[in-house]
Write a protein that binds this ligand. Structure first.
Ligand code: HEM
Length: 484
């Protein structure tokens, strides 16, 4: 089977896109599901700044499927277990990602796995899957442990840190080494602040909807393009170095460089660049947010910290986790905290899609070409599915409680043929970073800290996460929640 070529470029002229969306909407063969369909900038801004309450209010009013006009277009939201299953599994082939509500991500990631559909997606996934098999993941443990230990060595009790920025740098170093096979301390990588460049590029997705349509100099789009070009320099130079030297390792770049179909066709540099960029983005941003939200919640739940430390004391030999423990998730208290963190704060909070054909869900018709989003963040906060959803309760994920959860209720990694390809890698990384932080330090929040969440396009603490570093035992023993 020949390597299928990438899909045609989408028109990136925002005004042409806007007109085409409006044309699609006007020619809809069936009405949109009920909702708020009048043009409203305040609603659009609210969605950009605090989507969760907006979606939950709409769910209460309209039920599991409703329409909100955001900026210029109607967007259909489908919430809850049945909706998640419908979009990701049972009717996944009726939805595309590429021309969805988040299509602007193509500006950064090109035609990587996240933004493609159909046969090209299936083929690309097949090429990449071996890199995410168990033996490859296992081979990354040492890198993750080494990088985390190195980052922890920089912390001292009494220090105050931005845990979000600290984790972001760590996760990017891990992604560079384990996925891309690049030494972050090498001459070129050192000259490029990849974490800062991703921050700059992703700021586009946090900018005002109105500003996003402009393409001139000094616009958020220009900043995104500039940051992407710098990251490209790093990626392309590594591709040509590897092609020239023939050097290969167990990283995904090696796999992509050698991928061939039976006619001997190989991937182009551009295709490889797009996959590497996608993995570097998806592979560091989500773990960074998860660690941040996990330690935010732990700082509010000292008794949970006590339980996690007791578990470590009982199971870790000489206070160090073994590779087998990290891979298997043997520390079950930590696993439940991890899963509850992803329930309350699923970093990839929305699954953007476009309907190929008209369809019906729960008695409501949806027109062809409609924007349709499933949303883990809102689905995980439905009180009829998760009682007292605002409460952080890891016991929701005890084996018995988990077994009783309805299909599609808990979808932090998506589902079906687009399930997160990096799930096992991400789980291993979060587990390792969390275990090693807890084995050395206890982190607390400033007493006046108030969490505000931004989406960019994953969710994360808006202005970082300021935390104080304490020796492991001192704070846990005293049960302090916040101290300078
Ligand atoms: C806690 C960590 C992570 C979470 C919560 C997460 C979540 C998700 C979700 C929800 C999706 C599906 C989105 C959709 O349905 O539209 C997804 C897809 C994806 N993730 Fe992750 N992810 C994580 C870590 C990672 C890591 C570490 C990597 C790479 C090493 C990665 C690479 C990807 C890719 C490439 C896709 C697109 C898959 C496809 O469409 O075939 N993710 N992720």
């Amino acid at each position: 089977m020949a390597l299928v070529g990438p899909p045609p470029m989408l028109n990136s002229n925002p005004f042409a896109v806007l007109m085409s969306d409006l044309r699609d909407e006007r020619s809809a063969s069936v009405p949109f599901p009920p909702g708020e369909t009048g043009l409203s900038l305040p609603r659009t801004r609210r969605f950009a700044n605090e989507p969760l309450p907006l979606l939950l209010e709409a769910y209460e009013r309209y039920g599991p499927i409703f329409t909100l006009r955001l900026f210029h277009s109607n967007v259909v939201f489908m919430l809850g277990p049945a909706a998640n299953h419908y979009v990701t599994v049972s009717h996944a082939s009726n939805f595309t990602w590429r021309d969805s509500h988040f299509r602007d991500l193509i500006g950064l990631m090109g035609d990587g796995l996240l933004t493609i559909d159909g046969e090209f997606h299936r083929r690309s996934r097949l090429i990449m899957l071996p890199a995410f098999h168990r033996e490859h993941i296992v081979a990354s443990v040492d890198v993750i442990v080494e990088e985390t230990t190195r980052a922890l060595d920089e912390l001292t009790p009494g220090a105050s840190i931005d845990l979000y920025a600290w984790t972001r740098r760590l996760a990017l170093r891990v992604a560079m080494r384990a996925l891309f096979g690049v030494d972050p301390d090498g001459v070129q990588a050192r000259s490029i602040d990849a974490a800062g460049l991703f921050e700059d590029a992703l700021a586009f997705y946090a900018s005002d909807f109105l500003l996003r349509v402009f393409r001139g100099p000094f616009t958020p789009w220009a900043r995104l393009q500039q940051a992407a070009r710098r990251l490209d320099e790093l990626i392309y130079s590594e591709i040509s170095r590897r092609r020239a030297t023939g050097e290969r390792g167990s990283d995904i770049l090696s796999l992509l460089l050698d991928a061939q179909d039976e006619d001997g066709n190989t991937l182009t540099d551009l295709q490889i660049r797009d996959e590497v960029m996608t993995l570097m983005f998806a592979g560091h941003d989500t773990t960074t947010s998860t660690i941040s939200f996990m330690f935010y919640e732990l700082a509010h739940n000292p008794e949970l910290v006590g339980r996690l430390l007791a578990e470590q004391d009982a199971l870790l030999a000489d206070g160090e986790p073994s590779a087998a423990q990290l891979i298997s998730g043997e520390l079950s208290e930590l696993e439940m905290v991890f899963e509850e963190t992803l329930r309350m704060y699923p970093p990839a909070w929305v699954g953007p899609r476009r309907a190929v054909g008209a369809f019906e869900f729960e008695g409501h018709a949806v027109p062809e070409r409609a924007f349709v989003n499933y949303c883990s963040w809102a689905s995980h906060h439905l009180p009829d599915v998760f009682a007292d959803p605002e409460e952080f309760r890891p016991e929701r994920f005890s084996p018995q409680a988990r077994a009783a959860m309805p299909k599609g209720a808990y979808v932090p990694f998506g589902g079906g043929s687009r399930t997160c390809i990096g799930m096992r890698f991400g789980q291993l990384e979060v587990r390792t970073i969390a275990t090693l932080i807890l084995s050395r330090f206890t982190l607390t929040l400033p007493t006046d800290f108030e969490l505000s969440i931004r989406q960019m396009p994953t969710i994360s603490p808006r202005d970082g996460l300021p935390m104080f570093v304490h020796p492991r035992s001192a704070v846990a023993a005293a049960g302090l929640t916040a101290a300078a």
